[in-house]
Design a protein around this ligand. Structure first.
Ligand code: AHR
Length: 632
């Protein structure tokens, strides 16, 4: 492997690695969003019905009955309530409601849980008891809540677990009374700890895993989640801001209810907390089921909605939507450089995107000329308006198919718009990616970094998956799309081998790509008899002011045996005699990580001695690695 340390092939965008997110696989509800109660607003649907007809995910305790009540609403957003009728109850035999969370409620010792709910009664129901309990019934921790009256009122209480509690997800929440009577409830909520203790915040373990990816941007809110199946189910950002009890929620295209507790401000704070820039996708008049708006008149309110959305993010507090942002708790504008118009408009077979893109592009550019506007189709699909950048999606359905994509950008005309690979992943292993997927991912990333003059940004997709119920009836599953970066249940979480590839690549980002070439590269043969190079690599250099430069050699080896690679560095004066190798390998490449074995496959760090302008690097079988050399 020959590397010309002084010959720069391309400059790398510091935003090369980011995240893509949407509500899929219970990514927010039952995932990142810290709410532990499933269907807190009683609006979730049973299966595919469009209107909730019964309080799904809620059951009764003791002599109680529950029903949805459209006449006793909390407000116009949460326009029904749970009517709880208690026929018989006593301190010894309380009665009320119970919720099992999202496939359980994770409880840990010495932890505070914040319970809140809105309630009213038509009589004297007496104090209620809010409890976290084992699903068998034994109380873990409880507290009394008194003062329920005839008008709607919000109640808050904290529950703190003891130090001897064994962590478990086999828990439920109950709210019970000790007297017969009737009450109405809405927005029944329990939050555990949140990242940076933010109210209405995000799950800390998932935030910590994402921080490990060192992401520089977040593409949101989708994905298909941006568009919805029908126009009315698109992500309507204005309905996702302010008091969570004033957010109506909506059905997501992945077939379950979103409370929209995870709304526009929560996305922006997520960006701020992980030091990411928002990459905002705006609804562009096309829904997945085929609804489309193609005339200027029909699109006008959506163009205005996009302009308002941008103003909410970057407008001064003297603007209408900047003032709303301040009211929502964040007077300072957020950074914003990238706006994507739509999502995968290639599925709109009418060809309306050319016109839709041009309309949005012109309106946004006129007001915000500094923004980079991204098209979701190839540049020749929008002849009326050249995009600033295009978003390519590349899913490898099998490792071999991913290897077929390694040359995608080698011959791309350099005069074409720059590329954001806004969704990509190798599918191998089920339900989550295994080591073969990770190797193909890494091989693909070496090809993207090598073409860093064209490919400016990348984001793996999907990001998150609740693995509580990965198979069975599609209406009951916690996972709608297999192969994701991070998996979790109500208690635990872990990164897949593909996750670790991202951490390795993003934490060794160079500034420039170096010229490199190799002879005698071994091959591997796929099950269907195709051969591909088994060793893929990219060499980069990081030049930090005041520090000696560093060279990164990233590699992906699909070879079944260790490969001694003779590395020759040209154009280099002095090197540190040792280098750091961060490497991940698995003797069984079909293996992956799991909730019970979260780091079975994970990178390790080694010191490599004998570094000079020529040295041998032993590349392990089935491995992904980064060798970092220090220039002196
Ligand atoms: O990442 C899953 C889905 O794949 C996204 O919602 C969509 O954009 C793509 O088709």
């Amino acid at each position: 492997l020959k590397i010309a340390v002084d010959r720069v092939k391309a400059h790398i965008d510091p935003h090369m690695y980011g995240l893509m997110t949407e509500e899929i696989n219970f990514a927010y509800e039952g995932g990142l969003y810290g709410e532990l109660i499933r269907n807190r607003s009683f609006k979730a649907e049973a299966g595919y019905a469009y209107l909730a007809e019964e309080p799904v995910y809620w059951s009764t305790v003791g002599a109680a009955e529950i029903a949805l009540d459209g006449k006793n609403k909390l407000n116009d957003a949460l326009d029904l309530s749970l009517a709880l009728t208690i026929a018989n109850a006593s301190p010894e035999q309380p009665a009320g409601i119970r919720n099992g969370g999202y496939w359980g409620i994770g409880l840990t010792p010495d932890t505070t849980y914040n319970v809140s709910f809105y309630a009213r009664t038509d009589g004297d129901i007496g104090p209620l008891t809010a409890s976290l309990a084992k699903s068998s019934g034994a109380t873990v921790v409880s507290a009394k809540v008194d003062g329920i009256g005839r008008d709607w009122k919000k109640f808050d209480v904290t529950l703190r677990t003891g130090s001897s509690l064994t962590p478990s997800k086999d828990n439920v929440f109950t709210l019970t009374a000790s007297r017969p009577g009737k009450l109405w409830l809405q927005q029944v909520s329990v939050f555990g700890p949140t990242y940076k203790n933010r109210p209405n915040g995000l799950r800390p373990d998932l935030m910590a895993l994402m921080a490990g990816l060192k992401p520089t941007f977040l593409r949101f809110p989708g994905g298909n989640y941006l568009e919805g199946d029908i126009l009315g189910q698109r992500f309507q950002w204005k309905k996702t801001i302010g008091d969570p009890a004033q957010r109506p929620g909506h059905r997501s295209p992945w077939n379950y209810w979103s409370t929209d507790g995870m709304g526009m401000m929560e996305f922006l704070l997520w960006c701020e907390d992980l030091n990411m820039e928002p990459l905002l996708a705006v609804f562009a008049g096309y829904a997945l089921g085929g609804d489309r708006l193609a005339t200027e008149e029909d699109l006008a309110p959506h163009v205005q909605d996009a302009l308002d959305e941008i103003e909410y993010i970057i407008g001064g507090v003297d603007t209408k939507w900047g003032a709303q942002r301040a009211k929502d708790g964040h007077p300072a504008p957020f950074p914003l450089r990238y706006v994507e118009i739509g999502n995968e408009d290639v599925f709109d077979k009418s060809g309306s995107y050319d016109k839709r893109f041009a309309i949005f592009y012109k309106a946004i550019k006129a007001r915000y000329p500094q923004l980079t506007l991204i098209s979701t189709m190839a540049a020749n699909a929008t002849p009326s308006q050249r995009p600033d950048m295009i978003d390519d999606h590349t899913y490898g359905w099998g490792e071999a198919q991913m290897y077929e994509h390694l040359g995608d950008y080698d011959k791309r005309p350099r005069t074409d718009p720059k590329v954001f690979v806004g969704e990509w992943a190798t599918h191998h292993g089920w339900p989550m990616p295994d080591m073969k997927a990770a190797i193909a991912d890494a091989a693909y990333l070496t090809s993207l970094e090598r073409n860093a003059d064209v490919v400016r940004m990348t984001a793996y997709a999907p990001l998150l998956a609740n693995l509580s119920q990965v198979s069975g009836n599609s209406r009951d599953r916690s996972m709608q799309w297999d192969t994701n970066l991070i998996g979790y249940d109500a208690l635990k979480s872990y990164g897949t081998p593909s996750y670790y590839v991202q951490t390795m690549f993003s934490s060794h980002l160079g500034d420039v790509v170096l010229e490199s070439s190799a002879q005698h590269v071994p091959n591997w043969t796929s099950e269907d008899g195709k051969t591909f190079p088994a060793l893929n690599w990219v060499a980069t250099r990081k030049d930090e002011a005041g520090k000696p430069g560093r060279i990164q050699i990233k590699f992906a080896s699909r070879a079944a045996t260790q490969q001694p690679v003779r590395v020759k560095l040209a154009g280099v004066k002095t090197l540190a005699p040792t280098a750091t190798l961060t490497v991940m390998s698995s003797p069984n490449p079909d293996a992956g990580n799991s909730l019970d074995e979260p780091t079975r496959i994970a990178p390790r760090t080694e010191t490599v001695k004998g570094i000079a302008s020529e040295f041998t690097l032993n590349v392990p079988a089935y491995s992904v690695g980064v060798l970092e050399l220090e220039l002196r």
